[in-house]
Design a protein around this ligand. Structure first.
Ligand code: MG
Length: 398
């Protein structure tokens, strides 16, 4: 049976409906040509945090090669996958697009290395600090840090988009959010309920995207060896199918064809497994779908195989000696920046220096930086140039 539909089908009863949004924190008149989720997406695309994603590391540093994923292209790939799944399942494509494009806005420069360094410094400075967490920072970006509109801070997005952006949250932070906004985006972490089905789709689309594109970037960098990938049953299956379809295929085209088939299969698997679960429960509304355990899922078999891919990438790529070496340099940059601004708040731009508390201001400022701006600031403040280039030998730049 074909899963494709030529014209947009009516939304399912359990889909998020912009007509029934729980609304924005600051009331605004409706937009004449766009629904609320489309408007959220547009506000995200026009934000400064979104533009900075192009110079933020996904796995490989931005300046290591023009063809590696950045946070921006990663976010666009997540949006593409999430929209495909949502459209086929008659869920809300616009909401998926908005959540996907915003899901990584809170990432620090240098990916997880930057996050770990900030978290460590915050906890050292104040043992009572909840630390740094990129999901919470993404929400801070859209709720507080973007300053574009006359009447409110942040982008004033709909509840459903903010709910999807806050993928994880500690109980402590959830309590603080709940105190500030009763019944808002912190509530589900206290009640342990699920987010909208669209938010659940974005979580899995994120997983599909990074596992697939990190294989591609890993091979391109020369750090992953193609032959080792065939140890993975999931990869091997589509490698064989690619060769069955075109026996002469080799090199980069074989890798692309294998990944293309793998991506499609993962998307179809989510659609089929989730549709079966939803058909069994048939929630009456989008809220009813939030009440139980998540309904968007991989099949058990595919989920297991994807976890193998992730464990492999962790071992062979994310903890590769050369990646770790870059990571250590990147952590030093972020730690030094944190120390320098705390010691000399006058080094912050004037509009930041006025904001309190200082520690939070410093964290927000550093978290917002692109990789290259962080390196430039590090040189300006410490006089030390940290060289994070050329750690990967001679990558394949084709
Ligand atoms: Mg992501």
């Amino acid at each position: 049976m074909s899963r494709a539909s030529a014209s947009p089908a009516a939304l399912a009863n359990w889909a998020s409906d912009p007509q029934r949004t729980r609304g924005r924190r600051h009331a605004e008149p409706p937009a004449p040509t766009r629904n609320d989720f489309q408007r959220d997406r547009d506000r995200i695309v026009h934000s400064t945090a979104f533009r900075r994603l192009v110079y933020k590391t996904q796995v490989f540093l931005n300046h290591e090669g023009d063809l590696f994923r950045t946070r921006l292209t990663h976010s666009i790939e997540v949006a593409q996958l999430a929209r495909s799944i949502a459209r086929t399942m008659r869920l809300n494509e616009d909401l998926c697009e908005a959540i996907s494009l915003a899901h990584d806005l809170g990432h620090t420069p240098f990916g997880h290395a930057g996050q770990d360094a900030l978290d460590e410094r915050l906890r050292q400075a104040d043992p009572d600090s909840p630390g740094f967490e990129h999901n919470f920072q993404s929400l801070r970006v859209v709720d507080v840090l973007e300053q574009r509109y006359p009447l409110f801070d942040g982008l004033n997005l709909s509840f459903e988009t903010r709910e999807g952006i806050l993928k994880h949250c500690s109980r402590r932070r959830a309590l603080a959010l709940e105190a500030d906004e009763p019944g808002g985006v912190g509530r589900r972490f206290l009640e342990r309920s699920a987010p909208s089905l669209e938010a659940q789709i974005c979580n899995l689309a994120d997983e599909i995207a990074y596992n697939a594109h990190d294989i591609d970037d890993g091979v391109r960098s020369g750090l992953l060896v193609y032959e080792r990938l065939t140890e993975l049953p999931l990869f091997m299956r589509f490698h064989m199918l690619a060769l069955q379809g075109a026996p002469a295929l080799s090199g980069r085209r074989l890798l692309y064809e294998t990944l293309r088939r793998m991506l499609s299969a993962l998307v179809y698997d989510v659609i089929d497994a989730s549709t079966a679960l939803i058909d069994a429960q048939r929630p009456a509304t989008a809220d009813a779908a939030r009440a139980g355990p998540p309904l968007i899922t991989f099949s058990a078999a595919m989920g297991g195989e994807l976890r193998q891919v992730n464990a492999f990438l962790r071992r062979e790529l994310y903890r590769h000696a050369q990646v770790v070496r870059t990571t250590e340099g990147a952590k030093r940059v972020v730690r030094d920046l944190f120390d320098a601004y705390l010691a000399q708040p006058g080094q912050l731009p004037a509009e930041h220096a006025r904001r309190l508390p200082l520690q939070q201001t410093v964290v927000d400022y550093i978290a917002g930086m692109t990789d290259r701006f962080a390196l430039k600031e590090h040189l300006r403040l410490t006089g030390v140039a940290i060289d994070l280039t050329d750690v990967h030998g001679a990558p394949d730049r084709s």
